[in-house]
Design a protein around this ligand. Structure first.
Ligand SMILES: Nc1nc2c(c(=O)[nH]1)N[C@H]1C(S)=C(S)[C@@H](COP(=O)(O)O)O[C@H]1N2
Ligand SMILES: [Mo]
Length: 249
């Protein structure tokens, strides 16, 4: 909320002009400016507080005995087979698009970043849920390392697998990209991600339905608009079956 406070304050001070402080109560323009700034702040705060709220986190004993795999359960390529058998030494996560410094991160790079561990519930639109512990760096720290350009509005996730002959992909806006529980997970329940759950890297976007959580992650792209990505609806299921893009829970 710091930036909103600061902007509200500056709007108020700007309207005052130098030396007008003692006459503030008589100055209608300044009063209006403060009132407007305050209302603006309140509306912004309510909106962002809603979007930034954390998803519930659970205790270790509440974890589900098994986390099923859904959608793609592996990646059908010789490269994936070979990498999966040897701990993914050549897997890279590209960070590109509207960034100052494009990155190419190895699993070792990903593990060397500050990590977040969270026990959360996965909700699939098909009607099943499962509680599991996920671990990985926050997406925000990776975006900060690359340096988002001011024109960036969305983050697109590219995946190695295909479903019904099409590449799986997803996207989120910057509020969700910088949500503290949005992580690039490389561990499930304390072990490297199983193949069926998206090895070696998959997104966790905890305030959203399961199909937003891109598995088999190969690239993160910062874009201004989703119009030219896939069929333009922002994700595999959104394009194919009209699923809702936001999918907040
Ligand atoms: N790359 C990729 N990501 C994907 C999918 C997929 O088929 N391919 N399925 C989605 C759906 S619908 C769900 S519910 C979750 C399932 O995650 P899980 O296999 O770990 O249970 O992954 C999501 N991410
Ligand atoms: Mo799902």
């Amino acid at each position: 909320m710091t930036s909103i406070n600061r902007r509200g304050l500056l709007a108020g001070l700007g309207a005052l002009g130098a030396g007008a402080c003692s006459d503030l109560h008589k100055n209608e323009t300044a009063q209006d400016a403060f009132r407007t700034a305050e209302e603006w702040h309140r509306a912004g705060h309510r909106m962002l507080a809603g979007r930034e709220r954390l998803a519930p986190e659970y205790a270790p004993h509440e974890r589900s005995p098994d986390i099923r795999g859904n959608g793609s359960l592996t990646v059908d390529s010789p490269f994936y087979r070979e990498q999966s058998a040897s701990g993914f030494p050549a897997w890279r996560l590209a960070v590109s698009g509207l960034v100052r410094t494009p990155l190419s991160l190895s699993l070792e790079d990903i593990r060397a970043l500050p990590q977040r561990t969270q026990i959360t519930r996965h909700d699939c639109v098909e009607g099943w849920s499962a509680i599991a512990e996920w671990r990985g760096p926050q997406l925000g720290s990776v975006l900060d390392a690359a340096g988002l350009a001011p024109e960036a509005n969305f983050i697109v996730f590219r995946c190695a697998d295909e479903l019904y002959g099409r590449a799986y992909y997803e996207s989120i806006d910057l509020v969700d990209a910088y949500h503290p529980q949005t992580i690039i997970a490389h561990e499930l329940n304390g072990a490297p991600l199983p193949e069926k759950n998206g090895a070696p890297l998959r997104m966790r976007i905890e305030r959203h339905l399961g199909y937003k959580h891109a598995k088999y992650l190969t690239a993160i792209e910062a874009v201004a608009s989703l119009d030219d990505i896939g069929a333009g609806k922002g994700g595999f299921w959104e394009d194919l079956a009209g699923y809702q893009w936001y999918a907040g829970i």
